[in-house]
Design a protein around this ligand. Sequence first.
Ligand SMILES: *Cc1c(COP(=O)(O)O)cnc(C)c1O
Length: 469
Amino acid sequence: MRYVSTRGEAAPRGFDDVLLAGLAEDGGLFLPESWPVLTVAEWRALRGLPYAELAARLLHRFAGEAMTLDEMRALTTDAYAGFRHPAVTPLVQIAPNQFVLELFHGPTLAFKDVALQLLGRLFDHVLTKRGERITIVGATSGDTGSAAIEACRDREAVDIVILHPENRTSEVQRRQMTTVLSPNVANIALKGSFDDCQDLVKTMFLDAPFRKEMRLAAVNSINWARIAAQIVYYAYAALNLGAPEREVAVAVPTGNFGNVLAAWAARQMGLPIAHFIIGSNRNDILARFLAANDMTARDVEPSLSPSMDIQVSSNFERLLFELMGRDGAATAGLMRDFRAEGRMPVPDAAWKKARELFTGFTLDDAGTLAEIQRLHRDAGYLADPHTAVGTAAAHALWSDRKMPLIIAATAHPAKFPDAVQRATGIRPALPPALADLYERPERFTVLPNDLGEVEAMVRAHARRNAVPA
Ligand SMILES: *Cc1c(COP(=O)(O)O)cnc(C)c1O
């Protein structure tokens, strides 16, 4: 299995190179050179398998020669053993033909754990084989940082440094990061904003000698292995609901477009996902694109679903590349226009193709609170504000359909207790494994907004010179 870049200039690479590189050298995103398509009989043979086994069989197709099925199985078994539900990603029915796919049973209560728990182990496996180490550096406003830290803690070949803005994350978010006391984890509380954290990280990555010496790497949402790992839960849900004999649809609350892209990738593999609903909050660039071919970035506005407060959905580039008939030069041109003008002139033919499969749905904060209340009243189900965007889309667009709709539940309600309490009067409790979070000791270093001091801390923490045994 080889991977090509959406901008058509980078040489094709294997799975482990794509895993470690993240972004292609031409600035594009990696996609399989051709999609591994399973026959109906092959899909049927996967029905009923435990989650980790299904993950191993599907992901092995993407790894190609880079890993054996047994190696992949060892990693998926280990990655998903720590989830709090035996089904890993269980389905809960909330209405006729509407099923919530709960993706939040991992260590940090958000769907990013499903991919990142595996990604950390994939990094370790590939790096150990190569006798290499990396240092992961990232900035977080709260959620991504904790999922990345949980994924990388205690990994042999990986060190991780996460910057968060001091006193600007919630206490739960900070403690989920700072109470991980593993020696390979470092937290920096920066005297500055989230944007300052991000600027420092960007500058470190642009500092080529420093990047090389520290072997800096990122775990951002454009990494192909993250998307691949997310394909598994759509397959798991669809098979449980009657695929491949029965068509299903999905509704996904979206920010960077990664989660919905994974569902679309499952379709590319032959799974009968007939339709895709993309949920947005007031930051609705994707909904505007689908409604009127208006892909214009506006200022990001804060909402009750902060992980969807995004105006540039980076993974959209992968869909765009396919819509443009896999023309890398044309895709690169559109991305350049978007960067320069804040507006992307998508050709009408490509836009029409997108509309055949995707429908946009937008919900503001008032609508989100109303939906959390409605769903609790109608179905006794507590949804977090991100998930509520998806269930509201289902309620509005899918109430009379016979085809099952899978709604991605991206966060545990206890991760956003204030909104849930405002809507329902109920304050959702943290699961038992996190109940003592407020008593656990914390470790972090407060640093000024200064590149020199932050780089010195990364240098002191990175074990890049030692080769793992
Ligand atoms: C990251 C995140 C999203 C958005 O996912 P994308 O893959 O960026 O579309 C939605 N909800 C929650 C809770 C998240 O953490």
